[in-house]
Every structure is written in C-alpha cells, then in structure tokens.
Design a protein around this ligand. Structure first.
Ligand code: RB5
Length: 141
C-alpha cells in the first residue's frame, strides 16, 4: 500500500480492514496527512515492489487516484486501475488482470472504497480472450 498526504487517512483505514481480514501488509507510506508529499514518489515505490515480487497486489490512494496510478503504470509490470465503484473493481480484475487498485480519497466514500478493495482482491482474472490483450499491455512498452 502507498498513498500521498491526500490519501493517507483512507490508506490507514483500508490497511486496518485488510489486516483484520488476515492480509500481510507492506506499507510504503506516506506516514501522515499533515505533510505534503509528491504522489509520484509513492506510486513509483509501490511499482518497484510489484516489479520485484515483494507483493502480489497493490493499493494506491491519492486525492483522485489518478496521479499515483499514472506514476505506477510507468512500470511495465504494473497494471494499475483507477476505480470508483465495485463494477470497475471487478472488471479490472476479470478483463485487465489489474494488479494494483488506485482510489481517490477525495472522490470515493469509505464504504465504497472498502468494497472496491475487497472485490479487487477476491476476483480472479478471466483469462481466455483477455489473455493476449493483457500481454500486449506489457509488449507495447
Ligand atoms: C494532492 O493535492 C493531489 O493533487 C493528489 O493527491 C492527486 O489527486 C493527484 O493526482
């Protein structure tokens, strides 16, 4: 997990939920909402962990989910999806094999965010016709 200052509170809430559900969490920061930080630093840090196999899935939070997902998606191993609802969370897994979910703390309510992360973690990739398409995402770099 990683966030900037705008996403800190939601990251912490989601972290507690995930830990309570038994997930092993690697928290890459940021460590508070009071100090302004740069979202690319945190999206990039999480992307490197995914690339190096230190985590199978990632959860990113910034104000919109947009900036931090753009940063993470510069790493070819990352497929980060900005998600605002559970249908997007489900389809990001089924069709895109997304390995990172990005949430906007200023846009999404906490209950929706919790549901999105839960669905993101429990939904498998469908494979089939989606396999070659997902493969092209990395091949295009
Ligand atoms: C920070 O103010 C904000 O710009 C950032 O959290 C994010 O929304 C950028 O995409």
């Amino acid at each position: 997990m990683a966030s900037d200052h705008a996403g800190f509170d939601l990251k912490e809430l989601l972290k507690r939920e995930l830990q309570a559900a038994g997930h092993d969490i690697l928290d890459l920061g940021t460590t508070g909402s009071a100090t302004s930080v740069d979202y690319p630093d945190f999206g990039t840090a999480l992307a490197k962990v995914i690339r190096d196999g230190g985590a199978g899935r990632g959860v990113l939070v910034c104000g919109t989910g947009i900036g931090i997902s753009i940063a993470a998606n510069r790493e070819p191993a990352v497929r980060a999806a900005v998600v605002h609802d559970v249908t997007s969370a489900r389809l990001a897994r089924q069709h895109n094999d997304a390995n990172v979910i990005a949430l906007g703390a200023r846009l999404v309510g906490t209950e929706v965010a919790k549901d999105c992360v839960r669905i993101f973690l429990e939904t498998p990739f469908e494979g089939g016709r989606h396999g070659p398409r997902v493969a092209k995402l990395s091949a295009a770099r």
